[in-house]
Design a protein around this ligand. Structure first.
Ligand code: NAD
Length: 355
């Protein structure tokens, strides 16, 4: 069955890593290396219901990285590591160094980085065994915490979304409803409030929402109410799957642009539902690509100004996607997928030119 699934969506390689001594059980999935070595984070979860679920998660996330990296203009393919079960504190060093040794056996076909359940410290442990890791401590020459750069990319994307929807890229006086005010969106709120945006925020963590209320004069609403507030733009910055059959009918916004990954519960159905309500959807993996652009810059010896300049490129990528969407009468999501696929096809053709 696995080969059948791999064949359907063109997966290159899946590596199952088992280390009895430390209890490590990890899946490294490489979806596509047409553009270059695969880059994608390492996710550690204790709550996979089955091996099947973990494999599917690794495969979906790896494929998502192929599209994200391609659309971001990076010369990188897509991959992901999923670890089934975090180690105990005493076992941590050996556990992650064992994972580092497995990553090293791939000889640079795959680079890992931080994701849900991992940290800079864990990346430092992996780095003891392999150079194919990003997101280590800044003192190791890495880019450090990507959240502020991700937020900057979202801000750039939101201005482009406003230009497309309201024919005015200025956000001044607009109202933005923000779901989740964590690492990324606290920074986003800071940028938006400097531009004179009225913010409506929610968070299940009261301290986080309180901080945004105090620091940015934001209005607080309860988590379930964020979908039905009157606003110009909705910025989902917490969880995936929140644009669905229940929430989309409640929306009273003109556009969606936020940091969360996999915002649409079902890509096809829910991007169409948004379009039918005349809500402009800025594809999440384009909007939040500032994080990976920043991380990928490490591979050239990190330079913050260069990374920032590359992140500003999200503006033109999104403009192009909105243009195709309008001209070809397809959803922005479909347009973004075709954009990424076209880049992979074009680049694979130039790779065929031999010296
Ligand atoms: P975070 O955990 O710091 O922030 C998420 C916030 O959402 C938290 O404050 C949490 O309490 C809140 N939250 C969770 N469930 C909620 C709910 N049901 N209603 C309201 N609030 C809720 O995470 P983050 O690093 O800021 O990332 C936010 C999103 O952006 C995630 O989906 C992540 O995958 C995505 N993303 C992050 C980066 C990055 O650089 N950190 C890059 C790309 C994508």
């Amino acid at each position: 069955m696995i080969f059948e699934t791999m064949e359907q969506k063109d997966y290159e390689q899946i590596v199952f890593c088992q280390d009895k001594a430390t209890g490590l059980k990890a899946i490294i999935c490489i979806h596509d290396t047409t553009l270059g070595p695969a880059l994608g984070g390492c996710r550690v979860r204790n709550d996979y219901a089955s091996e099947q679920e973990a494999i599917e998660d690794a495969m979906n996330l790896a494929r998502g990285m192929t599209y994200k990296n391609a659309a971001a203009g990076l010369d990188l393919g897509g991959g992901k590591t999923v670890v089934m079960g975090a180690p105990s504190k005493e076992n941590e060093e050996a556990f992650y160094r064992a994972l580092g040794r497995y990553i090293n056996t791939l000889n640079g076909r795959y680079y890992t980085a931080e994701d849900v359940g991992t940290s800079e410290y864990i990346m430092n442990l992996i780095y003891k065994e392999t150079p194919y890791v990003c997101g280590t401590s800044k003192s190791f020459g890495s880019a450090g915490n990507p959240s502020p750069m991700t937020a900057y990319g979202i801000y750039i994307a939101m201005k482009r979304t406003a230009k497309e929807k309201f024919d005015d890229e200025s956000l001044e006086g607009k109202t933005v409803a923000v779901q989740g005010v964590g690492h990324v969106s606290y920074e986003l709120c800071r940028l938006l409030s400097k531009d004179g945006v009225n913010l409506i925020v929610t968070d299940i963590n009261k301290d986080n929402s309180q901080r945004a209320v105090e620091d940015f004069d934001a209005q607080f609403v309860e988590p379930d109410d964020i979908f039905s507030v009157e606003a110009d733009i909705f910025a989902p910055c917490a969880l995936g799957g929140i644009l669905n059959d229940d929430t989309i009918p409640q929306l009273k916004v003109k556009a969606v642009c936020g940091s969360a990954n996999n915002q649409l519960k079902d890509e096809e159905t829910h991007s169409k539902m948004l379009e039918d309500k005349n809500i402009l959807y800025a594809p999440d993996y384009i909007v939040n690509s500032g994080g990976v652009i920043n991380t990928a810059d490490e591979l050239n010896g990190y330079n913050e100004d260069r990374a920032k300049e590359s992140i500003e490129g999200i503006d033109q990528v999104l403009k192009h996607i909105f243009d195709i969407s309008r001209e070809q009468n397809e959803t922005p999501l479909e347009a973004s997928q075709r954009f990424a696929e076209k880049r992979m096809e074009q680049m694979s053709r130039i790779h065929d030119i031999r010296k």
